[in-house]
Design a binder for this molecule. Structure first.
Ligand SMILES: NC(=O)c1ccc[n+]([C@@H]2O[C@H](COP(=O)([O-])OP(=O)(O)OC[C@H]3O[C@@H](n4cnc5c(N)ncnc54)[C@H](O)[C@@H]3O)[C@@H](O)[C@H]2O)c1
Length: 344
């Protein structure tokens, strides 16, 4: 078991890297940031400097630095597969931001490569790592037989939050690639190893700053007559985040990712200051999820019991997203490519 800090290479120093870096600082001495990579060298330097780490414009040279044990990939989605393959090929453990790859085939390839190399491949399914979800999963067997699940996660992004969002094609997917992994990871967590036997999807685009879908509704049928509905949106200024699970003995609910109720009784509440205004963008403090995610990654690397979604969990998720995207294109291409009115 490794007792020294795990040497980490951060690839991609954009928006979400700030959350990873502050988690890293909070998780010391579990990890030590050794190097950062970003083609924008100034961004790489700004991330590296506070940690006394080295900054690189490309991944190849950074990977050869001594003391790099693990790589955290936080680059645009389209780069995840090739960068993860590179890291695994160099014998490094990897934590890849969601989605770990663009297709199920690629995700499976990553899983097999990691297994062959004997390294950890973990997926950045961040919102598994909160107390409400953790307690729900512990208490699940006591709630009875699961009948159905409703997930609704609706937020507001006024146009692309990173330049590459604007270029995602309907085939690559926007919200189905960027946001669906969170909602569907929750669904997979509660459904265990089962995959849906049927997948129905409608998708639409309301905004003109991007080309692909920004709202979707999915209906999934699971073995044993279990049903799941998932609604995700980038168009809702009054942020709404609800997960409801219907059992034969009652109803479990997770509100705003933080409050867990069983038949109305509160089982988990967030610490003070976590929910300042849950209906506003930025009204939730998400930092504890990133800290927990990183410490679970360390446990996985150190061979301890952990809650990190593995490569196989992530590959099943991407395979499901493949099915969802295919259905969205089949059913809703007119709603994804409407003639949007100017400024609508
Ligand atoms: N877990 C979460 O809750 C969460 C939240 C937001 C984003 N994400 C994921 O994080 C990833 C990054 O998203 P973001 O919003 O930070 O995007 P971003 O565009 O702000 O950041 C990406 C960074 O990667 C850099 N980059 C581009 N090409 C690169 C290359 N070849 N090598 C290294 N770096 C490169 C860019 O210059 C940029 O600084 C995405 O996959 C996204 O899905 C996850």
């Amino acid at each position: 078991m490794k007792t020294e800090p795990i040497g980490l290479l951060l690839v991609g120093c954009g928006r979400i890297s700030a959350a990873h870096l502050s988690a890293l600082a909070a998780c010391e001495p579990l990890f030590r940031l050794v190097a950062t990579v970003d083609p924008d060298l100034q961004a790489a330097k700004s991330a590296a400097d506070p940690f006394g780490a080295q900054a690189f414009a490309a991944m190849g040279e950074a990977l050869t630095q001594p003391d790099v044990d693990a790589v955290l990939i936080a680059s645009p989605n389209a780069l995840h597969f090739e960068q993860a393959i590179l890291a695994i090929g160099a014998g490094k453990h990897v934590l890849v931001e969601k989605p770990i790859a663009e297709t199920g085939v690629q995700a499976l390839q990553l899983t097999e490569a990691a297994e062959a190399a004997g390294v950890v491949l973990a997926a950045g399914h961040t919102f598994r790592h909160g107390p409400a979800v953790r307690t729900l999963m512990e208490r699940l067997p006591s709630f009875g037989k699961l009948l159905s699940v409703e997930v609704s996660q609706c937020v507001f992004w006024d146009g692309p939050q990173a330049p590459w969002w604007a270029d995602r094609s309907p085939e690559e997917g926007l919200i189905l690639s960027l946001f669906a992994p969170h909602a569907l990871d929750f669904v997979q967590l509660v459904m265990g190893n089962e995959n849906p036997s049927r997948v129905h999807v409608e998708a639409a685009r309301h905004q003109s700053g991007w080309q692909a879908e920004d709202e979707a509704m999915m209906l999934l049928a699971y073995p044993g007559r279990k049903m799941v509905s998932v609604h995700i949106s980038y168009n809702q200024p009054h942020v709404h985040d609800q997960k409801t699970l219907f059992f034969d003995r009652g109803v479990a609910q997770i509100e705003d990712g933080e409050v867990l109720r069983w038949n109305g009784e509160v089982l988990v509440e967030p610490a003070a200051g976590i929910l300042s205004d849950s209906n506003k963008m930025g009204g939730r403090d998400l930092s504890h999820y990133f800290r927990a995610q990183l410490s679970e990654f360390a446990k996985a690397i150190n061979g301890e019991q952990h809650h990190c979604p593995t490569g196989l969990d992530a590959a099943r998720l991407i395979e499901l997203i493949d099915r969802v995207r295919e259905q969205a294109l089949l059913n809703s291409s007119d709603a994804i490519n409407p003639q949007l009115e100017e400024n609508s």
